[in-house]
Design a protein around this ligand. Structure first.
Ligand SMILES: Nc1ncnc2c1ncn2[C@@H]1O[C@H](COP(=O)(O)OP(=O)(O)OP(=O)(O)O)[C@@H](O)[C@H]1O
Length: 257
């Protein structure tokens, strides 16, 4: 069983004004295995955020279904959804979303506190993630005292401290300069090497070229996918560039699931 199964997902929005229908996803079908690192790319408006919101259970598909660890997200009812998100999913956003009134330590352990873990479990997990994120000794600092790259490392630490089945990232390097971007991508490499499954939406070819697989979405459909295999990041970058050029040229997609 795949960790994530996205089965013929369709999403139609109805605009508030005039009730016009917009088909954001028409028939998206793919799966992600445990331990994979997948980037999702596509032009603005192609449906990436819509797809990520559906994977994150923040929105539901109009048709089709999503299964995380075999659980159909449609069947998770009411109050169970927040427990499901906390136990199975981790989120990283472009804009960090840290709580300014909490220090690094308290921001990072928040999911464990909400999950009513014991103080010992919380401190063990914090020590592990603090080291992994390269934030040792920074627990007392507040977000506004840190650089963007450091804040994003806190946000990633918070997202993985629960050891979620799936880490979802939406443009995690979008607000960072190239040096901080490099550090954040190194962190993603490291957490993926530790076994964490990652799905990342990004416009950045540099970010996507670190992934083991890149899915390309065009007009609400999966257009193509490329696998890293033995390629270097430089070779992967070139393949991504070539695919984006072909996509922009409007040639027929070649992805068939
Ligand atoms: N709430 C909504 N109501 C109506 N239409 C929407 C809504 N959200 C998104 N759309 C439309 O759905 C399509 C896909 O949008 P989506 O935000 O998923 O694209 P995207 O690939 O993430 O774009 P970007 O890269 O610019 O963030 C677009 O045509 C968008 O205008």
């Amino acid at each position: 069983m795949s960790l994530l199964q996205v089965e013929h997902v369709k999403k139609i929005y109805q605009t508030r004004k005039f009730g016009r229908k917009v088909e954001a996803l028409s028939d998206v079908h793919f799966s992600v295995e445990k331990g994979e690192y997948v980037a999702i790319m596509g032009e603005s408006g192609s449906g990436k955020t819509t797809l990520l919101n559906i994977l994150a259970t923040l929105d539901m598909p109009t048709a089709g279904q999503v299964l995380v660890s075999g659980k159909n997200t449609r069947e998770i009812k009411g109050k169970e959804i927040s427990t499901f998100r906390r136990d199975y999913l981790g989120f990283v956003f472009q804009e960090f979303h840290l709580l300014d009134t909490l220090n690094v330590h308290d921001n990072m352990v928040l999911p464990l506190v909400l999950g009513r873990k014991s103080p010992q479990e919380i401190e063990e997990a914090y020590g592990r993630v603090e080291r992994m994120m390269g934030l040792s000794g920074m627990g007392e600092k507040f977000p506004y005292e840190m650089s963007g790259g450091q804040q994003q490392r806190v946000a990633i630490g918070r997202a993985i401290i629960n050891r979620p089945s799936l880490l979802l990232a939406d443009e995690p390097t979008g607000a960072l300069d190239s040096k901080s971007t490099g550090m954040i991508l190194d962190v993603f490499d490291k957490i993926n090497e530790s076994g964490q499954t990652v799905v990342m939406v990004t416009h950045s070819q540099v970010a996507a070229s670190r992934a083991k697989r890149v899915l390309f979405i065009k007009d609400g459909q999966l257009y193509n996918q490329i696998f890293r295999g033995d390629r270097t990041s430089v070779e992967m970058f070139q393949m991504i560039s070539d695919t984006l050029t072909v996509m922009a040229g409007g040639r027929e997609g070649i992805c068939r699931n």
